[in-house]
Design a protein around this ligand. Structure first.
Ligand SMILES: Cc1cc2nc3c(=O)[nH]c(=O)nc-3n(C[C@H](O)[C@H](O)[C@H](O)COP(=O)(O)O)c2cc1C
Length: 183
């Protein structure tokens, strides 16, 4: 059975989560196992410590609540990356996990996770989508260029201030479902 890890970078049950879970629920409906992480709820979660221990061990040597997240991503067939745009950047919560992806690069800086995982990318923001597009492109670049992932879909949505702006928009939900079909 295919497994999908959902990385939820928002501290609230809002737009990026609403879109990510619409993608995930569609993937679940076609049989995928879904493992979702609301990163904000991890109690003991550190950013990358730049110890380079992973370059010898082949995996992250920092032991905290992100350890399981990384193990699940290593085993997953697909990953849904979801973050709000905060001051033109991904959220701090999202970055905590993303920087730990450094451990998926071995001592030779080649990936030590299997290539070909599918990725869906979701970025929401309050205003126009220029900044959010840039963030989504950067996540795509990381996923494709460092880890050989295949991009199943990318959703970048602006004017997403109210937490239910995405889930109350039928066209956005339909777009999310179509991506879920591909995971
Ligand atoms: C700390 C913070 C910083 C934000 N910075 C931006 C920003 O730079 N550009 C923007 O368009 N919206 C910004 N917003 C609005 C959020 O990106 C927007 O509401 C987004 O849809 C929130 O995602 P969520 O509903 O998944 O929490 C900011 C919101 C917060 C709380």
């Amino acid at each position: 059975m295919a497994s999908t890890v959902v990385l939820l970078g928002s501290p609230r049950k809002g737009n990026s989560e609403g879109i990510a879970m619409a993608i995930a629920n569609e993937a679940k409906a076609k049989g995928n196992t879904i493992i979702e992480y609301r990163i904000n709820q991890l109690k003991n979660a550190k950013g990358c410590q730049s110890c380079y221990g992973c370059k010898k061990a082949g995996k992250c040597v920092v032991k905290d609540d992100i350890t399981q997240v990384l193990d699940d991503i290593r085993a997953a067939d697909s990953i849904i990356f979801a973050t709000p745009l905060y001051f033109g950047q991904p959220s701090a919560q999202f970055r905590l996990v993303q920087d730990r992806f450094f451990s998926f690069l071995g001592g030779d800086f080649k990936p030590n996770i299997a290539a070909g995982k599918k990725a869906a990318i979701v970025v929401t923001c309050g205003s126009g989508i220029d900044g959010a597009n840039k963030v989504a492109d950067e996540i795509e670049g990381m996923a494709k260029n460092f880890f050989g992932m295949q991009i199943a879909g990318k959703m970048v949505k602006g004017n997403m201030m109210a937490p239910d702006a995405a889930t109350s928009d039928a066209a956005i939900m339909a777009e999310a479902k179509a991506i879920g079909q591909k995971l």
